[in-house]
Write a protein that binds this ligand. Structure first.
Ligand code: ZN
Ligand code: ZN
Length: 354
């Protein structure tokens, strides 16, 4: 008598809702698809929250030629994932059922190449990328290698934790490597998902944070998060304002606008650092004579390692970083991506699964 009921239950739970990209530049389609089955070394995670990142737009729109050939199709985007382990493979020792974990942009790395062995697994050439080369978190479930899922501190809700898995870890690593000393001036260009976390990390490092954006609403958010100065680039000559104080020690560009790089470069003081994190589709260029005359360091940073992620999660768990999030159901995903395209999202929008 249990046969048919058992089957029905299995059938019910084997399906999941997901937002699927079938073609570049086309809207995502909400579909019922088969739930993934974890292999021996994988966990199945019930997704509770997944941030919507600017990179999701670039991937869905096919903006980055370097990525289009790597992109799985059809694809479930999303790489800021927080949830709970609901099933695990026989070889998984790291996690128990019910553990709260997240999955970042870097889905898997080889662990064997020279970059993995040097502690720079974010540069592993064999890496698999969540929501690009493998399915991501715009879905009720995702399977992931247990080795690369990262535990979420108890103090953080899923919606609070999710943005740290890309936005948070990216700016954390960039600023950590810039070796900012307390009292130094840090200008952050672009106060979106990444920028609003960067303001808080900069503040924790003791920097004097200057927020630059073209939206007053975002600058207001930066102010509440601890920025000492907020400059609207649409109405202020940012270069003049920052140079009047001797320029900045570090200019972190999280914006995907080329003009933000042009301005940021002009604002860096001699021996200062331009930190490249935001990814415009166009090339950026600077006059070599000015680069040499100022001995400007140009440093790029790509997401972060699992260790960077554990550090930024711990910082947030201690209340030092608070993500400004608004939650929406999965069915809103296309509307949210459009708002993100138009630069209308302060903080982070997180898809929330009840
Ligand atoms: Zn991202
Ligand atoms: Zn590797």
């Amino acid at each position: 008598m249990f046969g048919p009921r058992w089957r029905a239950l299995v059938l019910e739970t084997e399906a999941m809702k997901a937002a699927v990209l079938h073609e570049f530049k086309k809207a995502l389609v909400i579909e019922e698809i088969v739930r993934p089955l974890p292999d021996a070394n994988e966990v199945l995670i019930q997704v509770e929250a997944c941030g919507v990142c600017h990179s999701d737009l670039h991937v869905a729109d096919g903006d980055w030629p370097q990525f289009t050939s790597l992109t799985k199709m059809p694809l479930i985007p999303g790489h800021e994932i927080a949830g709970r382990v609901v099933e695990k493979g026989g070889a998984v020792r790291e996690f128990q059922i019910g553990d709260r974990v997240g999955v970042p942009w870097i889905y898997w790395t080889c662990g064997e190449c020279e970059f993995c062995r040097e502690g720079s697994e974010n540069l592993c050439a064999r890496q698999k990328i969540t929501g690009v080369t493998v399915d991501g978190g715009f879905a009720e479930f995702i399977k992931a290698p247990a080795s690369h899922a990262v535990k979420i501190p108890d103090a953080l809700s899923a919606a609070q934790a999710a943005p740290l898995f890309c936005a948070g870890v990216t700016v954390y690593r960039a600023l950590k490597h810039a070796r900012i000393s307390a009292g130094q001036r840090l200008a952050i260009f672009g106060i979106g998902g990444l920028g609003h976390v960067a303001v808080q990390v900069g503040r924790e490092l003791g920097a004097e944070v200057i927020a630059v954006d073209v939206a007053d609403e975002k600058l207001h958010l930066a102010e509440t998060l601890g920025a000492a100065t907020c400059l609207n680039a649409a109405s202020t000559n940012v270069t003049k304002a920052l140079r009047a104080n001797g320029g900045v020690h570090v200019a972190l560009v999280t914006s995907a606008a080329k003009v933000a790089y042009d301005t940021a470069f002009a604002c860096v003081r001699p021996a200062g650092t331009l930190l490249a994190v935001g990814l415009p589709a166009e090339n950026i260029s600077f006059p070599p004579i000015l680069m040499a005359a100022k001995e400007v360091r140009i440093q790029a940073s790509a997401v972060g390692t699992r260790q960077d992620l554990r550090e930024v999660l711990a910082l947030a768990g201690r209340g030092k970083i608070h993500c400004h999030v608004t939650t929406h159901p999965l069915s809103d995903v296309n509307r949210i991506m459009d708002r993100l395209r138009q630069g209308q999202v302060p903080g982070r929008v997180v898809l929330f699964f009840s």
